[in-house]
Design a binder for this molecule. Structure first.
Ligand code: NAD
Length: 302
């Protein structure tokens, strides 16, 4: 395929090299021309504007810092849309705004240019080794057509739904990752201040239910998806007791725990609803109500 690649930074540089090595021809561009040296050494050619990249390509890939740069490169003066012929495909690998990529998809569709969003996860080491998760949103048939090329970028290329869905999944992942890491920071400072060695505590967390990934692998698919909150594995009142004991320990050792305080209040509300003897995952119902959406899906293996 004739591939255009715009944005040769920490992620884009190595991703573009992997696409080149898979045997595609390539036109590259970035604000900093020196970043293209390794690509040009492998036969890529340089273009000075996104418009010129698009005019020379069947598929254009971008890996840019964020929404501002993506909108300028895609729709701005001298941008991709000005140069792309009908039938060209634009794939954004950046972590972008879902609303913006849906807008770009709509504008491009009027000119016969199709768009996929395909944000990646796995960091610079993954970009170098070609071992990234690539979460693709957009037309499913188009995804299947481009998957062999995307396989050069990542070993876990997945279609997650219509346009923007890849970005939604990526943003959810990064938000959940940030919140979980902050809760772990609270827990580890509490544990160490209360007497456990950091490396021993980490090992204990890793060996326990949470560290074994049971929330994602078991509790959500088997309790939340079928709404089976009455099938009790671990009662909510017992989880409330344990979080209460932990925040009590935090007060004893003067460890501020902001996330734990919110968790305790949520469990208190769930108890007030009379859910103490339901499964501990029943607090999901509070968030389902607040958000006005239910997380029902087929149970794992059903
Ligand atoms: P980066 O800043 O290293 O690279 C961005 C590149 O885009 C730079 O080389 C910059 O010169 C270029 N650029 C900016 N504006 C441009 C324009 N108008 N025209 C042409 N080129 C332009 O950033 P990065 O770390 O490679 O991240 C790229 C994207 O990937 C971001 O959306 C980021 O959130 C996402 N991401 C990063 C990581 C990571 O670990 N770094 C992991 C997953 C996803």
């Amino acid at each position: 395929m004739r591939i255009g690649f715009i944005g040769l930074g920490n992620m884009g540089g190595p991703m573009a090299l992997n696409v080149l090595k898979a045997g595609h021809t390539m036109v590259v561009s970035d604000l900093r021309q020196e970043l293209a040296k390794p690509h040009m050494a492998l036969g890529a050619t340089w273009a000075s504007t996104p418009k010129a990249v698009a005019a020379a390509s069947e598929v254009i890939l971008t890996s840019l810092p964020g929404p501002r740069e993506v909108e300028a490169v895609a729709l701005g003066p001298g941008g991709i849309l000005e140069g792309a012929a009908r039938g060209t495909v634009y794939v954004d690998l950046s972590t972008n705004s879902a609303t913006l990529i849906r807008k770009i998809h709509g504008v491009c569709a009027q000119r016969g240019v199709d768009v996929l969003d395909a944000p990646v996860s796995g960091g610079v080491p993954g970009a170098r080794s070609g071992k990234l998760a690539v979460l693709v949103g957009g037309d499913e048939a188009l995804y299947h057509r481009l998957k062999p090329m995307l396989d050069a970028i990542g070993d876990k290329v997945t279609w997650v739904g219509g346009i923007g869905c890849g970005t939604v999944a990526k943003l959810v992942h990064n938000m959940v990752s940030a919140c979980s890491r902050m809760a772990i920071a609270e827990g580890m400072t509490l544990g160490v201040k209360a007497g456990v060695a950091p490396e021993v505590l980490l090992d204990a967390l890793a060996k326990s239910s949470f560290g074994q990934g049971r929330v994602l692998k078991d509790m959500i698919p088997n309790t939340v998806f079928p709404g089976a909150y009455d099938d009790v594995n671990f009662a909510l009142k017992l989880l409330r007791k344990d979080v209460g004991l932990a925040t009590e320990l935090g007060r004893e050792y003067h460890v501020p725990m902001l996330i734990a305080a919110i968790a305790e209040q949520q469990l208190e509300e769930a108890l007030r609803r009379g859910w103490g003897d339901k499964d501990s995952m029943t607090f999901f119902r509070l968030q389902e109500e607040r958000a006005g959406v239910e997380l029902r899906a087929p149970k794992k293996g059903a």
